[in-house]
Design a protein around this ligand. Structure first.
Ligand code: ADP
Length: 489
């Protein structure tokens, strides 16, 4: 209720009491009693007006002012910047003081609660952010992660764990592991780890898991890491299980041993040849100067081949390891092609092979490593020369592809062509078409190196189309500017 309304009510009540008192007292006064009724009424109204004007109205106004001030004071109590004060009259002071004290206590308590609420909100935001970070980390992991609580129920599992073990994350959360996971052996391992109670122990077990054993899905080997999680009392609060797929590591180690055996085989062939010719020279088996010169030439060829083999192996493994030194510059592809043609022209002429170019009249520049791109063009054209019989024709063309914003180089020959089953293996390390080994010497590493240079170093593409007996068309494309350089620019 507003202070004005209270004052008006007070005024009306006082008026009513005053009227009643005046009405019952004034007519008893002798002088008034002798007056006529109209005079009596007039006298009583005058007395009432005087009383009202001198006592009740000032009282009402003062009360209204106090109430207004009190209202203003109460309204501004919560506002720390307000300077509103309330001076209560003496008789109201004890009530006003205890009222003010209660309100101050309430304000302090309210401020404290507000601070607590703010702290709770901040903590909530922090833990929410942490939860999201953990979820993001778990989601990004290639390993399966499963966390179970002390009752062996799933608390956290990432998508990879669900994929490996064949369950749905949403359904499995808070489920006992033996209900969610079909792999009994793994469930037993988790329960055993939980029961061991050893929070410092981390176990590694190699274990084969099938995501759906009932439908005969093949088993995959995993390195399973099991570790106890401590709770706030430093007891076992659960178990964290990490499933690491061993397939890729096995493949890599298989690839490494294949590479070593192929590389040693390829190195042994020229070495054996060099050793044989050197022995013959030492034993004096080359009787005349012509034979000796022939032996020297063979030794030189084989040494060159050894050198090429080692260079190619090193270049490929440097690119694969990401440690190759790349000299980026503006490379004019037409210049690389012309240089290649100049180098290989004599070889082509020896075999009566026509070496032609079809180069677009526009600028064909790409951003890349000049020597490496020259190496690609040289390898493709030298292969074309090697595997094209006498009288054949080789055409090297280059143009820009506006759609992909790249430069495309094509080397077409009218040579032997490539058997269809060899095409998918052609860019692999040490691959050589069996029947062509007699036709030309090679390392089987040239195309592999080209693929690495084009795709890994220059973010381009390389490919081949071929018809056996009709010839081959090797091509590669390199972006004029690739995304990495644009970002850096
Ligand atoms: P190499 O040193 O043996 O030439 P490459 O990696 O350059 O090694 O080539 C791999 C194999 O691909 C070659 O051994 C050859 O059998 C085949 N090949 C490459 N280019 C051609 C081509 N233009 N025509 C026919 N076969 C080719």
């Amino acid at each position: 209720m507003k202070a004005g309304a209270i004052a008006s009510l007070l005024f009306i009540v006082t008026l009513a009491i005053g009227t009643f008192l005046v009405w019952s007292i004034v007519p008893r006064i002798g002088a008034v009693a002798s007056m006529g009724p109209w005079m009596q009424a007039f006298t009583m109204a005058t007395v009432l007006t005087v009383i009202m004007a001198s006592v009740i109205v000032p009282l009402g106004i003062t009360l209204d002012r106090w109430l207004s001030r009190l209202r203003e004071y109460l309204q501004n109590l919560g506002d720390p910047e307000s300077s509103a004060t309330f001076c209560a009259p003496g008789w109201l002071k004890p009530v006003a003081d205890s009222f003010t004290k209660a309100i101050e206590q309430y304000s302090e308590r309210e401020a404290m609660l507000r601070n607590q609420l703010r702290e709770i909100e901040i903590n909530h935001h922090v833990s929410e952010a942490e939860r999201r970070q953990i979820e993001a980390v778990l989601h990004a992991l290639r390993d399966g992660v499963l966390v179970t609580n002390t009752f062996n129920e799933i608390v956290i599992a990432n998508e990879r764990a669900a994929e490996i073990l064949g369950f749905a994350v949403d359904e499995a959360t808070h489920q006992p592991i033996d209900k969610a996971i079909a792999d009994e052996a793994l469930c037993r391992m988790i329960v055993d780890t939980r029961d061991s109670g050893n929070t410092r122990d981390v176990r590694h077990v190699e274990h084969a898991i099938s995501p759906d054993p009932q439908h005969g899905e093949p088993e995959v080997s995993y390195d399973v890491t099991l570790a106890c999680v401590e709770d706030h009392k430093q007891d076992v609060g659960g178990v964290v299980t990490i499933l690491h797929d061993l397939t890729r590591e096995r493949e890599v180690s298989q690839m490494k041993s294949d590479f070593v055996s192929k590389a040693s085989h390829e190195l042994r062939t020229p070495l054996a040849s060099i050793r044989a010719y050197v022995e013959m020279l030492v034993d004096g088996e080359a009787e005349d100067e012509d034979s000796r010169q022939e032996f020297y030439r063979i030794i030189q060829d084989e040494t060159d081949r050894l050198g090429r083999l080692i260079d190619n192996m090193l270049n490929i493994s440097r690119i694969e390891a990401g440690i190759v030194q790349i000299e980026r510059e503006n490379v004019d592809i037409k210049e690389s092609i012309n240089r290649t043609i100049q180098t290989l022209e004599p070889h082509a002429r020896e075999k009566d092979i026509g070496l032609h170019t079809k180069l677009a009249a526009i600028d064909l520049c790409v951003e890349g490593d000049k020597d490496m791109l020259y190496q690609v063009v040289l390898n493709l054209v030298s292969n074309a020369v090697k595997y094209t019989p006498e009288g054949g024709r080789i055409t090297v063309s280059a143009d820009s592809d506006n759609l992909t914003r790249s430069v495309v180089v094509t080397v077409s020959d009218t040579g032997l062509g490539i058997p269809p089953d060899s095409i998918p293996k052609l860019f692999g390390k040490f691959y050589r078409v069996d029947n062509y080994k007699r036709i030309a010497k090679g390392t089987g590493l040239g195309l592999s190196l080209c693929k690495h240079i084009v795709e890994t170093v220059h973010h381009g593409q390389i490919g081949v189309e071929s018809k056996l007996g009709m010839g081959s068309r090797f091509w590669f494309s390199v972006p004029m500017r690739y995304a990495g350089s644009q970002a850096a620019a």
